[in-house]
Design a protein around this ligand. Structure first.
Ligand SMILES: [Zn+2]
Length: 91
């Protein structure tokens, strides 16, 4: 004999709950996809091309920050760091 399958019903959301959730998701998406380049200060939308790296210490605590860089500044800074490293290596 088959046992009846128990189904659970979620309470139907109120329209105000749905609108509140849509507004929260929209706000989150809008703030997540807008950045200010840490090098040139320009604003851009979408994912950062790359990020810088700041490291500092206070006592035993080590803090890291990876500020966003735009598509123009990311490659420039990476190439500059690579050339600087290569020049130091040749000396
Ligand atoms: Zn930039």
């Amino acid at each position: 004999m088959a046992t009846p399958v128990e189904t659970k019903r979620r309470p139907k959301p109120q329209s105000s709950d749905v609108l509140r959730n849509v507004a929260a998701v929209t706000r989150h998406a809008a703030t997540e996809s807008s950045y200010t380049c840490d090098s040139c200060g320009g604003a851009f939308a979408g994912r950062p091309a790359s990020a810088g790296l700041y490291v500092w210490t206070r006592g035993d605590e080590v803090r890291y920050e990876e500020p966003p860089l735009c598509e123009a500044c990311g490659p420039k800074l990476a190439l500059g760091a690579l050339l600087s490293w290569a020049a130091d290596f040749e000396e």
